[in-house]
Design a protein around this ligand. Structure first.
Ligand SMILES: Cc1cc2nc3c(=O)[nH]c(=O)nc-3n(C[C@H](O)[C@H](O)[C@H](O)COP(=O)(O)OP(=O)(O)OC[C@H]3O[C@@H](n4cnc5c(N)ncnc54)[C@H](O)[C@@H]3O)c2cc1C
Length: 456
């Protein structure tokens, strides 16, 4: 099919493909640089996995002072704080209010948003992506831009354009597990919290269950070192839970929504390819069955759940890892473990390797962390510039990184920072009349810092 014959639906200087965390941050930061920006999103709201996937809280950077490496993060935090929808640490947030705030910031930054529009193909000519092909209620059409930023999480645009990429554990091709998250409301926090603290005190396993000042944390996964372990084993023995329910079960309170517990499960360890529509559909269908079972368990075995009900199920299945694009620099496992530094870095993190499901088979023994008094790794700007293309950038969990490195940088603070750096980079390259790959990433960071981004 000759896609160039399709009608031109829209045009912009910068088109951000996917309006998840990275996409929204890219759009806001490029819009604030005065560029004409359009963000194209398949769902009806921004935030992606963080909002429509119900993923909270923002994980710690594990660096003293929690530098967020993003100024848009400050704007988002301040707006959420103003409506009581984030905690003082800026970590635990209300996903519904985050959707609202991201949209507000986009609109105020002059960004145009096109919802309910799926990007299905790409038109490439001489190393340039000229158009993306989209499908929506108007049918099939093209959207044209000077520069595209692929923030689809799965690198859909890069792959359709023919960019090289990797996918899954290099040893066996297996992707990280996927999850269907949900929120239960009507929970009596004090009553549930008392049970958590009693079990934690009985077992000494405070890191796995605790309650203090309206903040709930509870987890019970593979192995025995969990405060709620006996309760889960009893429920499995009684046939009220399946063994897989205990493979990964984790709940958090939600700031601004007292009585809500956000669950980071059920988690699926087979059929985990986020780019396979059948796997994603299976996760939705089997996920809802598991959620019903888990709610019944909570009501029977946990205190404070007597009046609880499921108030939200993620519309977006939680995909931790799928494709990662070959960029001008690909962050390696060794970079992460060595805590490598880069002149053109935009993000610092010491969040650990986080591979679920026991598929971590990299031998880190030969890799010594740098002895530079800086316990973190950095992500270079070059990992956002897609190899072999003049006007294509990538941000978010699908940026240029090896499997093991991706397992750490996939968390929200790095993903936000990557979107912001890509948005500023795309805007700056247009302003200077050069290609993104010709930019000095240091300049991008300088703009981030000038606008309020904090680094260690
Ligand atoms: C189950 C789970 C638990 C996690 N827990 C935590 C946690 O506790 N803390 C933390 O900090 N991080 C956590 N993470 C990681 C983090 O939340 C994600 O990696 C991050 O939110 C991904 O952001 P992104 O912008 O790269 O992608 P996404 O947020 O997924 O955004 C991609 C966007 O693109 C859109 N899109 C995709 N394809 C197309 C297309 N073809 N056309 C148009 N639009 C498209 C999607 O609808 C979506 O809005 C977790 C992840 C998962 C899956």
């Amino acid at each position: 099919m000759d896609f160039t014959k399709l009608p031109l639906f829209a045009e912009a200087e910068i088109v951000v493909c996917g309006g998840g965390t990275a996409g929204a941050f890219a759009a806001i930061s490029a819009g604030k640089m005065g560029r004409d920006v359009l963000v194209v999103e398949s769902l009806g709201s921004l935030g992606g996995t963080a909002t429509n996937g119900l993923v909270l809280p923002i994980m710690s950077t594990h660096i003293k002072g929690e530098p967020q490496c993003s100024y848009v993060s400050n704007l988002v935090r301040d707006r959420l704080l103003a409506v009581g929808a984030i905690d003082e640490r800026g970590a635990n947030f209300d996903p519904i209010m985050l959707k609202t705030v991201l949209e507000e910031l986009c609109v105020e930054s002059g960004v145009r948003i096109l919802y309910n529009t799926f990007i299905a193909e790409a038109v490439v000519s001489d190393g340039k992506l000229t158009d993306i092909v989209v499908a929506n209620k108007s049918g099939l059409g093209r959207i044209r831009a000077k520069t595209f930023i692929d923030a689809t999480g799965d690198a859909d645009v890069c792959v359709r354009a023919g960019a090289e990429y990797t996918k899954g554990n290099p040893k066996n091709g297996k992707n990280q597990p996927i999850s269907l998250r949900y929120i239960v409301s009507g929970v009596d926090y004090d009553e549930f919290g008392r049970q958590l603290n009693e079990e934690a005190s009985r077992t000494g396993l405070w890191g796995t269950a605790c309650y203090s000042e309206g903040v709930i944390y509870a987890a019970c996964c593979v192995g025995d070192d969990w405060a709620l372990n006996d309760i889960f084993l009893k429920a499995i023995e009684n046939g009220d839970l399946l063994p897989e329910d205990k493979a990964y079960w984790q709940g958090f309170s939600v700031t601004g929504r007292r009585g809500c517990v956000a669950f980071n499960n059920p988690e699926f360890f087979v059929d985990t390819d986020g780019t396979n529509p059948e796997h994603i559909t299976k996760a939705q269908i089997n996920g809802k069955k598991a959620i019903a079972r888990q709610l019944a368990f909570c009501k029977k075995y946990l205190r404070g759940f007597e009046n609880a009900y499921v108030s939200d199920i993620a519309s977006l299945v939680g995909v931790r890892e799928s494709r990662n694009v070959k960029t001008e620099y690909v962050l390696t496992a060794e970079d992460l473990l060595r805590r490598q530094k880069f002149d053109d870095m935009f993000c610092q993190s010491n969040y650990p390797v986080d591979i679920h499901g026991g598929i971590f088979d990299f031998d880190p023994s030969g890799v010594q962390p740098l002895d530079d008094g800086k316990p973190w790794y950095e992500i270079p700007f070059r990992s956002l510039v897609v190899k072999g293309f003049d006007n294509l950038m990538v941000a978010g969990r699908c940026l240029g990184a090896e499997f093991l490195a991706q397992s750490s940088l996939r968390v929200q603070h790095s993903v936000r920072s990557s979107g912001e750096a890509a948005g500023i980079g795309a805007a700056l390259a247009i302003e200077k009349g050069i290609l993104p790959r010709e930019l000095d990433g240091k300049e991008v960071r300088e703009i981030m810092v000038k606008n309020g981004a904090v680094y260690a």
